[in-house]
Design a protein around this ligand. Structure first.
Ligand code: SF4
Ligand code: SF4
Length: 362
């Protein structure tokens, strides 16, 4: 394994990979399609990137909220290295705020990110090489970035992925695909598999979970990943009353057929009540099979239905120290950021505060 000298060896904020300096110390983040314009001391929608005097920093580089080991089929991915095991990892922060999210305490991780914005944290910090060594020690064949949108953590995802490839491991990126072309181009050499949600074919659905997102943006991003040579599989979680109409099933399947190929796998998963959608019932089984039949009618060849599976959740994972083979006190001791950009607490942009407190239905 090559020893890269630019990879941090202790906890610190790391400069955001895709940033564009604007006037008056304002900087645009181009990792996801929010393309947040962030002023000094402010954080973007995901809360994981902060502006310090005109430079953007990722707060969560090396910070792990969860680790788990599963068969790759559980991501769900069926047509890439079947029968192998993958180590799934996640951090904090997400570009969406889904009403039915099962991972909210880590996908948003408000407290953890607030601490990180102050340059002090008790969260697990794992340098890229240690994570790859952990995966090799566990005997898995790949590493998956999941549990929230990995684009908001891309600096770490890229460093780990490069080392993972050098060590002979494959990499999986589980995404909501609200991701910029620039980020996809940057990750394409290092990411083998994209497992992406197509949550709905309705802009209204996306608007409720992520105000600026449109269906077309998400579909363009998935197609771009496919065109860049990443192996793509798609997934739709059928939510009663939200995206469960037969026309929509057919539209999704038709898009997959026409843009990814009729042999491209489409995974249909079941909704389990959570968070703001805990008043809804589980998806009736007949709706899952209705979606499968709609996809068969339009000629999709590889349709997978899961009546026991919803999102790729991190809910019942063991503590990260179990996998890191480390003492819990040691892993969670207070760490001070080794960089020197801090000094004041990052604050949310006003316009995003409004979004965060508004009621989201999806
Ligand atoms: S939500 Fe986060 S990752 Fe996306 S553009 Fe804003 S700061 Fe960047
Ligand atoms: S369901 Fe996924 S995309 Fe939505 S908020 Fe949770 S982690 Fe983010």
């Amino acid at each position: 394994m090559n020893a890269r000298t630019d990879i941090p060896t202790q906890y610190q904020l790391v400069e955001t990979r895709l940033q564009e300096r604007l006037d008056n110390d304002t900087t645009r983040c181009n990792l996801c399609l929010w393309r947040c314009k962030i002023g000094h001391g402010q954080r973007g929608f995901c809360q994981a990137h902060v502006n310090r005097n005109g430079t953007l920093y990722n707060l969560s580089y090396g910070i792990l909220s969860s680790i788990d080991i599963d068969p790759i089929e559980d991501k769900p991915v069926r047509h890439y290295r079947p029968g192998t095991k993958v180590m799934s990892v996640g951090s904090y922060g997400c570009s969406f705020r889904c009403g039915g999210c099962h991972n909210l305490e880590i996908s948003w991780g408000v407290e953890a990110l607030d601490e990180l914005a102050k340059g002090e944290s008790t969260e697990a910090w794992v340098p890229p090489q240690s994570l790859v060594e952990t995966a090799l020690r566990a005997g898995v064949q790949g590493i998956a970035f999941t549990y929230s949108e990995p684009a908001v953590w891309l600096e770490y995802v890229l460093d780990v992925s490069q080392l993972a490839h050098e060590a002979g491991l494959y990499t999986v990126y589980v995404s909501n695909s609200f991701v910029t072309d620039e980020a996809l181009e940057m990750m394409a050499p290092y990411i083998d598999v994209l497992c992406s949600d197509i949550k709905s074919m309705s802009d209204d659905f996306y608007k409720e979970i992520c105000r600026p997102a449109t269906v077309q943006q998400v579909l363009n991003s998935i197609k771009k990943a496919h065109d860049l040579g990443i192996h793509v599989e798609t997934r739709t979680n059928i939510i009663p009353g939200k995206n469960d109409n037969p026309e929509e099933y057919e539209q999704i399947a038709t898009w997959v057929r026409d843009n990814l190929g009729k042999d491209s796998p489409w995974h249909i998963t079941r909704f389990f009540p959570a968070y703001k959608l805990d008043h809804l019932p589980m998806t009736p089984e007949e709706d899952l099979f209705a979606a499968e039949q709609a996809a068969q009618r339009v000629g999709l060849e590889n349709i997978y239905v899961y009546n026991d599976k919803g999102c790729d959740c991190a809910k019942e994972n063991r503590p990260v120290e179990f996998y890191l083979n480390a003492d819990s006190d040691e892993i969670h001791q207070t760490k001070k950021c080794a960089a020197s950009c801090c000094g004041d607490e990052g604050v949310l942009l006003k316009k995003y505060e409004v979004n965060l407190t508004s009621k989201t239905e999806v």
